[in-house]
Structures are given as structure tokens and as C-alpha cells.
Design a protein. Structure first.
Length: 395
């Protein structure tokens, strides 16, 4: 193994738009200082071992990227030469496999795939010169992955230590019709005004992602602990013993959670079975209660607590006129049945959100892929009309 594994380098954690404040809190809670915050990423300084730890613990990021070099280049040949200066023979097995992915925005070339090929050539040519043989290469990102960032004349090369996005925890074999990405669901959970031990109620739960992510947070269950494959495992820097120790320590730190603290309901029996199986695979089924019913029949423990809906948006699926009634009924249910709770609706359709008819306390921006969304918070005062004034949520 190369001594560079212990060297502090720039680590870039990427995420969806508007999630970086939540990602920053996660990273800082793990003891790291944020060097720079981008619109969809943050930078810290750390080692390869830190990358393994971040892959194990971070809930809201997409990938953990370790910067191996940064240069100024003006054409593909110059890019090839600087990438070739990295000691790839110490990182990637000559008998292994490597994929190159990229973000290329430069006038130097008009074909981003050509940039990928030249970057790959630099890597495998260097390894062949040093080892006498070269690794295979291709498009699969389930083994060693290199990320090329080349915008204008700025060229950076990273080791993608995650490979498959971190949102793919490994528990959701049944995603449902229009599921939230796990990393987005985790960020939504972090934005809630929810205190430890309070009930978490999720009617219309679909595949159960919101409830499962909330239960994992409450149980201090590391999101990477059940995943069996990360890109860092396919590099020469990987220390399997160190990883096993990290994972065992994470599992030993799980917290006890009150049984049935998390209540998830859905009218669709098949979807609910999917949610149960996902919760079982995530290791949180023991303290989750799943019930088949219309959302109006959702059992509510004594307040305080939170109740959160993620109804269809009517943009890609569902009938918008039908959904107007659904959103109106959600508002009535929150107003009449959920006093003493904090109520939430996560939606990507602010026109439909007007039908809820309750005054919002907060409107928190999120993005689900290319859909601009809002997490709407309603404080549902018990025994008072305060906060229940009809109002139109603004963007």
C-alpha cells in the first residue's frame, strides 16, 4: 500500500441541490471542518481512511470523491500527460478493473467520451509501464472508479470511493412507483422539528423510505453498514481489516428504540408488504408498525410527534384533478385529527399544495432530480385556532 493513504487530501462530497446544508451538519457532527460549500457539494480535508468512514456514516451525500491531482490544461493531450503523473500503479490493481466517469465542459474538445477515453488511457498506460500489464476498463461503476472534472482549463482527477451512489443503501429491493431517493429522504428527516422518542407517523408511506430513514437515524444505524460493495474496496489502498473494525464499531453503537414508534400506513396491500420487507432488510422492522388503511384511518399516538405526507405530485403520475381532492383531504385531516403534532407535506407541486389550506410555519427547499420541491411545515396547535388560518403556501 502507498504511503499516500495517510496523506490528507481534498475530499469532495457530492449531493442533490439544496441538500448541502444538511450534508454540512452531518460532516461537522463527525468531526470534520468544511473547507468550502458548493451548490451541490462540500469540501473537507481527510485521508483514504476518512473516505471509508464517510461512506459508512453519511446519509445525505451521493458520492465521496478523493482528489488525486489538480492542474491547468488546454487540450486532451495535456490532460493525458498530467493524469499520467499520478501513481496509479499504487492505487489500481494491474489485474483489476477501472471505469472513468466525468464532468467535462471545455472548448478544448467537443466529445466528452473522448476525454474519458484519454483519461483512461493515461491511467492504464501508466500501470502497464510500471507493472507490465494493465487493468480492464469499461462503463461499470461497481469496481474501481475514477472521476474526471474538466471545466475550461481546470482539470481535477478524483478517486470515486463510493462508485454506486450512497443513496443505494442496499435495503430497498422494492422501490415502489415513485420513491424518494434514500439520501433525499434522510435530508427531509433531518429538516423536521422532531425530537428523539417522539412518534413518527407516515401515512401514504409507499415503499417506506421516509419511515425507514427516520428509524435508522433514531437507532444510530450507519447507512453504509448493510451495503456490501463500495468502490474503495476495489483499490490497492483498501484495508479490509480496518473496514471491518469500523463497521463492527458502528453496529455496536446502535441505540434502543421504542417499539412501534414509527407508524407507516398505505391503502395498497402489495406496496405495504414491500415496505415491510425493505424495513426488515434495513434492520429497523422491530420498531416500525405497518398498517393497511386509508390515510384518514392512520392510528395516531398521543402528541407531541410528527406526521408527514409525501403525496403524488401530479407531474409524472396521477391525475391532478383527483389529487386536488387528496391534498384538500390531507389538510382537513391534519387540522381536525392531528392537533399537538407538527404536520408536514413534501411535494413537488405547489399549485396542489394550495389545496391543503393551512398556514405554513416553514417552507424548506429541496430538489427531487429535476423537480423543485418544498417541505411544508404546519404547527397544529392543540385546543387553539392559532396556526390554523387558511393560507396559500408560497414557493
Amino acid at each position: 500500500m502507498s504511503a499516500r493513504t495517510a496523506e490528507p487530501m481534498t475530499i469532495l462530497l457530492t449531493c442533490a441541490r439544496a441538500i448541502q446544508p444538511h450534508l454540512r451538519k452531518e460532516v461537522e457532527a463527525l468531526g470534520y471542518d468544511v473547507v468550502y460549500e458548493h451548490p451541490a457539494a462540500i469540501e473537507i480535508v481527510g485521508t483514504f481512511a476518512d473516505c471509508m468512514r464517510l461512506n459508512l456514516w453519511i446519509r445525505t451525500a451521493h458520492r465521496v470523491l478523493l482528489r488525486l491531482g489538480s492542474w491547468s490544461v488546454n487540450d486532451a493531450n495535456a490532460m493525458y500527460e498530467v493524469v499520467k503523473t499520478v501513481a496509479w500503479e499504487d492505487i489500481i490493481d494491474a489485474d483489476g478493473y477501472v471505469a472513468v466517469v466525468s464532468s467535462v465542459k471545455t472548448g478544448s474538445i467537443d466529445n466528452t467520451q473522448y476525454a474519458n477515453v484519454r483519461c483512461k488511457d493515461a491511467i492504464v498506460d501508466r500501470i502497464r509501464e510500471k507493472k507490465g500489464r494493465r487493468p480492464d476498463s469499461g462503463a461499470a461503476t461497481d469496481r474501481a472508479v475514477v472521476f474526471l472534472f474538466w471545466h475550461d482549463e481546470t482539470c481535477m482527477v478524483y478517486l470515486d470511493t463510493s462508485g454506486t451512489p450512497l443513496s443505494e443503501r442496499g435495503y430497498r429491493i422494492h422501490p415502489g412507483k415513485a420513491p424518494l431517493r434514500e439520501s433525499l429522504a434522510a435530508a427531509v428527516v433531518m429538516a423536521l422539528d422532531w425530537k428523539s422518542g417522539q412518534p413518527f407517523v407516515n401515512p401514504m408511506c409507499g415503499s417506506g423510505t421516509l419511515g425507514i430513514e427516520a428509524a435508522m437515524v433514531q437507532a444510530n444505524l450507519a447507512p453504509g453498514s448493510i451495503r456490501t460493495n463500495f468502490s474503495f474496496m476495489h483499490t490497492l489502498w483498501y484495508d479490509a481489516n480496518a473496514w471491518n473494525i469500523m463497521r463492527d464499531e458502528a453496529r455496536a453503537g446502535r441505540k434502543t428504540v421504542e417499539r412501534d414508534q414509527f407508524i407507516c400506513t398505505d391503502y395498497d396491500k402489495v406496496v405495504l408488504e414491500f415496505a415491510r420487507e425493505n424495513a426488515r432488510r434495513a434492520g429497523v422492522a422491530a420498531f416500525m408498525r405497518f398498517s393497511q388503511c386509508e390515510f384518514r384511518q392512520t392510528p395516531l399516538p398521543e402528541p407531541p410527534g410528527i406526521i408527514i405526507f409525501n403525496p403524488e405530485y401530479g407531474l409524472r403520475m396521477g391525475n391532478e384533478e383527483r389529487l386536488r381532492t387528496t391534498y384538500h383531504d390531507i389538510g382537513d385531516f391534519l387540522k381536525t385529527e392531528c392537533k399537538g403534532y407538527f404536520g408536514y407535506v413534501f411535494t413537488g407541486n405547489m399549485d396542489l399544495a394550495k389545496e391543503i389550506g393551512l398556514k405554513t410555519k416553514r417552507r424548506i427547499e429541496f430538489w427531487s432530480a429535476d423537480i423543485e420541491c418544498r417541505l411544508l411545515e404546519f404547527e397544529l396547535y392543540e385546543g387553539s385556532k392559532k396556526g390554523l388560518k387558511r393560507d396559500v403556501p408560497q414557493g
